[in-house]
Design a protein around this ligand. Structure first.
Ligand SMILES: [Zn+2]
Ligand SMILES: [Zn+2]
Ligand SMILES: [Zn+2]
Length: 178
């Protein structure tokens, strides 16, 4: 049984379809973030808030310099260090995840708990789906335990084609052979 088959057995996330109402995702993420910061007594400053909003513009992974380009029109004093400091804060609070293989960032939809994750990264549309994949991560924890290895963080990143890009490429192929 491969990783992907294992994940499908856990009903932990739905891949964001292109048609879904993304404004609901944004509203939810921002309100969870505001609530969490309030509970933890940490400041979601305007710049941190703005960066979080920009990251949540879509489910695609965003690079730090793209965030800088987007923030300059609203805050022309913003420097790379401003963006990096805001990103560090959001990472620390678990509101976003770093996609190591792309050196980019994506919003976390389950940020009220600390967690390891499986990230499915679409190489065609850049969409990232986060799955909690308890079975996979549980098996991995067992493996690490056997090796006597203490992991700092566990993120599994898998590159491939998401459901909608896969469907589109199939349609294109079918049309090409007709
Ligand atoms: Zn969405
Ligand atoms: Zn997460
Ligand atoms: Zn895709």
């Amino acid at each position: 049984m491969n990783l992907i088959t294992l994940c499908k057995m856990t009903d932990n996330a739905t891949f964001p379809t292109p048609e879904h109402d993304h404004s609901i995702c944004i509203r939810k993420a921002i309100s969870v973030a505001e609530q969490l910061c309030l509970t933890r007594g940490v400041q979601l400053t305007p710049i941190r808030h703005k960066i979080l909003e920009l990251i949540w513009n879509s489910h695609k992974a965003v690079k730090a310099y793209d965030l800088l380009d987007q923030i300059r029109p609203v805050n022309d004093a913003a420097k790379p260090s401003t963006v990096y400091r805001a990103l560090d804060f959001l990472l620390e609070q678990g509101l976003i995840h770093r996609v190591e293989s792309l050196n980019a960032f994506v919003g976390c939809h389950c940020s009220d708990t600390q967690h390891d994750q499986l990230l499915l990264i679409c190489t065609a549309c850049n969409t990232v789906e986060e799955r909690s994949a308890p079975l996979v991560l549980g098996a991995l924890a067992g493996e690490l335990g056997e090796a006597g290895f203490i992991s700092q963080r566990k993120t599994i990143e898998i590159h491939g084609l998401c459901k909608s890009c896969h469907a589109t490429s199939n349609t294109l192929e079918e049309n090409a052979t007709q």
